[in-house]
Ligand binder design. Structure first.
Ligand code: PLP
Length: 447
């Protein structure tokens, strides 16, 4: 294995794979045929057997500026040496305030109060709790219902899972939160197959929110949460006009609108947030992943001034929101977050967005007509290649295809029958070509 400067104990091969209970993994299959990475740089991972793998997933939709960006590495090293930890409960440190200000400046106007968490799941649970507490502090305590959407992924906390819409994720963990309902998803190949960017058909599906309001009454509904672009559910860009309609219905009925931007935040759509890119402003944004370029765990909720101000009414010495985490605003995460935003800005990754995204759209749609491809979807630097499902074995064909891609040096992810792609924003046209060619070859080999 190449010497990547690791501490010896972190670099050495493990003797026993059994003790580590791996998340979201087929533990037995993995341990029989482990896939270990030992280094990363820019667009590439290095595997334990010394191979270079082009990362077409930005790790897990998070390494938006590419791996091991020197500015971020240095910032983390410097912070670790200066101050390891300080609580954020009734004390803090300067970088947390500077980072909140920088994030507020990137978010759409009016979204300018930042609550720090350590993951997307925590960000979602925090936003759902803020939504309920917001109505309660305003004397509207009946508004408790939370509306999610089919095919949604909002992390693995009980709150996020309750509003999520991927049945296999929910199946083993009930009962989940009770006061929940779901909007329908917007995936419809009869109308939208091979759309480029936002599909033209489907805005009317937002009107289902009106039906939900009719059933439950607006006075019982706290918030609606959606991913502006469904991510783990298979990369579903919102139909033209859909998010605008959701916004309009929520405003009309006093319902808070939450955009879960854990994937779409920090450059993925060629702008700081999907809210900026798509011109629709929610009441809260949840974010994580690209917030620190994946280098240190961090998440957050960006709330509107109006939401924040609703809490700032009681005695000044009283804690306004009884919520927080030991590691909220952790110094290492804040240092990484600040260096990440500087990197995005210095490398022009937000400015170059439209140009890279157009090249990406061209590249991925070249797979139209390849074996088994039944749809291609793209928006920003996201894409899904949906494959025909194999009879009796949904997802198997996509799984075999991503394994072939990995053997051929490209990291792609599987989501159901979809190959999903979310490369770092530094991807070059040649690398886009490599991704597409590798997938095409793999599709030719998989039955
Ligand atoms: N929300 C969305 C939209 C996500 O895609 C994810 C993770 O993929 C999460 C929440 C959960 O984030 P985390 O895994 O950091 O808890």
């Amino acid at each position: 294995a190449p010497d990547a400067g690791f501490a010896p104990d972190a670099r050495s091969a493990p003797n026993d794979l059994a003790p580590y209970w791996m998340p979201f993994s087929a533990n037995r299959a993995f341990k029989a045929d482990p896939r270990l990475f030992v280094a990363a740089d820019g667009m590439y991972y290095t595997t334990a057997d010394g191979r270079q793998v082009l990362d077409a997933m930005a790790g897990l939709w998070c390494v938006n500026a590419g791996h091991n960006q020197p500015r971020i590495v240095r910032a983390i090293q410097d912070q670790a040496a200066r101050m390891d930890y300080v609580s954020s409960f009734q004390m803090s440190h300067p970088a947390a305030f500077v980072l909140a200000e920088r994030i507020a400046n990137l978010a759409p106007a009016g979204l300018d109060r930042v609550f720090f968490t350590n993951s997307g799941s925590e960000a979602v649970d925090t936003a759902l709790k803020i939504a309920r507490a917001y109505h309660k502090v305003r004397g509207d305590a009946n508004r408790v219902k939370l509306i999610g959407r089919a095919k949604a992924y909002h992390g693995m906390g009980f709150g996020g899972l309750s509003v999520a819409g991927i049945p296999r994720h929910r199946r083993d963990f009930g009962p989940l939160l009770g006061d929940v309902d779901h909007l329908p998803h917007t995936h419809d190949l009869a109308h939208n197959a091979f759309s480029r960017g936002q599909p033209a058909w489907g805005a009317h599906l937002a009107d289902e929110l009106e039906n939900i309001v009719q059933i439950h009454d607006a006075s019982t509904i706290a918030a609606v949460i959606v991913e502006p672009v469904t991510g783990s559910g298979g990369v579903l860009p919102p139909p033209v006009g859909y998010l605008e309609r959701l916004r309009e219905i929520c405003t009309r009925h006093g319902i808070l609108l939450i955009f879960d931007e854990v994937i779409t935040g920090f450059g993925r759509l060629g702008a700081p947030f999907a809210s900026n890119a798509l011109g629709v402003t929610p009441d809260m944004i949840t974010c994580a992943k690209g917030m620190t370029n994946g280098a240190v765990p961090m998440g957050g909720v960006i709330a509107s001034t109006a939401v924040y101000d609703a809490f700032m009414t009681g005695p000044e010495a009283a804690v306004e929101l009884m919520h927080g985490y030991t590691y909220s605003g952790h110094p290492l995460a804040c240092a990484a977050g600040l260096a990440t935003i500087e990197t995005y800005e210095q490398e022009g990754l937000f400015d170059r967005g439209p140009e890279i995204c157009a090249a990406w759209e061209e590249a991925v749609h070249q797979l139209k007509g390849a074996p088994q491809v039944r749809d291609i979807r793209n928006i920003g630097l996201l894409a899904a290649i949906e494959l025909e499902s194999r009879d009796g074995a949904p997802g198997a064909r996509a799984g075999e295809t991503v394994n072939r891609c990995f053997d051929d040096g490209v990291l792609v992810r599987v989501a159901g029958d979809n190959l999903v792609l979310s490369p770092p924003l530094i991807i070059t046209p040649d690398q886009m070509g490599q991704v597409v060619d590798t997938i095409r070859t793999a599709l030719g080999e998989v039955a």
